[in-house]
Design a protein around this ligand. Structure first.
Ligand SMILES: NC(=O)C1=CN([C@@H]2O[C@H](COP(=O)(O)OP(=O)(O)OC[C@H]3O[C@@H](n4cnc5c(N)ncnc54)[C@H](OP(=O)(O)O)[C@@H]3O)[C@@H](O)[C@H]2O)C=CC1
Ligand SMILES: O=C(O)C1=N[C@H](C(=O)O)C[C@H](O)C1
Length: 235
């Protein structure tokens, strides 16, 4: 039997962090050696040592950091992974160009997987969007994303990634964002022609789909050579 992969969860107190902690406890291929949040109350919760982001350099040895935090928290966790030579799986959205460039540089030294969306449904939607865009030249393409009122970035990372797929197919997408209630995440990609319209939509009703995808990716990324990995490389 292979050894359990040691995970560091970054953004542990958040909506995604809590889903990751809960779902990791159900797996026998990984264990959490540290949970990092901006603020820390109790030092150990359910046997997992808690660390404040100011204590990042004191976390124990780990194999993969799983980061679902905020853009302003991303640079330190990327730097820590490079310093320790460990893998990074990140779903943090709202990263700017310099942060994206830092990921590319880091990938010379460590394995990195960043994805705007870890669900299988969005992976399929992305392919459908590219095909629809290529098949419907000249049609208007609009991407409408809806999320809970606590979401900070817009357009969502998924909307921007779907926009890249639409562009690959030759469309010029426009974006609209809605923040309301507790919507987990909805993405509508609409192609409008004259007298007809095609709508492709993904509705997430549970964050577990993202957390499961990220844990699966972490288990598969551990021990790989440095480089940029895509979700589809690890499925
Ligand atoms: N790729 C994907 O599939 C998905 C991506 N996401 C993305 O994941 C990220 C997290 O989402 P969500 O869980 O809803 O967000 P939350 O706001 O619920 O959680 C954010 C977490 O980051 C921590 N944090 C905030 N600021 C800092 C900082 N400066 N340094 C260290 N830690 C910090 C928070 O700690 P504290 O509570 O102490 O402030 C908290 O643990 C977002 O970017 C979101 O877009 C979300 C779902 C799926
Ligand atoms: O913040 C969220 O909640 C989500 N963020 C990701 C994004 O920005 O696309 C993925 C998912 O839609 C949920």
């Amino acid at each position: 039997m292979s050894a359990s992969i040691r995970l560091l969860i970054h953004g542990a107190s958040g909506r995604m962090g809590q889903a990751l902690l809960r779902l990791c406890a159900e797996r026998d291929d990984c264990s959490i050696v540290g949970a990092v949040s901006r603020k820390v109350g109790q030092r150990v919760i359910d046997g997992i040592p808690q660390f404040a982001s100011s204590e990042l350099h004191g976390v124990p040895d780990f194999d993969v950091a799983v980061d679902f935090s905020l853009a302003e928290a991303f640079d330190p966790i990327l730097a820590l992974c490079v310093e320790r030579g460990t893998a990074l799986v990140s779903g943090t959205t709202g990263l700017d160009e310099s942060q994206r460039a830092a990921i590319v540089r880091a990938a010379d030294r460590i394995p990195v997987l960043w994805a705007a969306n870890f669900s299988l449904g969005v992976a399929v939607l992305s392919e459908l969007v590219e095909r629809a865009a290529a098949a419907l030249p000249g049609w208007d393409c609009d991407i409408v994303e809806s999320h809970h009122s606590g979401k900070k970035d817009d357009p969502s990372g998924t909307a921007l990634a779907l926009g890249e797929s639409a562009q690959q197919g030759g469309a010029q997408p426009r974006y609209a964002s809605l923040r309301a209630g507790d919507i987990v995440g909805e993405h509508l990609v609409q192609f409008a022609g004259v007298g007809e319209r095609v709508e492709l939509i993904h509705r997430a009703t549970s964050r577990d789909i993202f957390a499961r995808g990220a844990l699966h990716a972490a288990a598969r990324l551990s021990g790989r050579p440095p480089g940029i990995y895509r979700l589809r490389d690890l499925l």
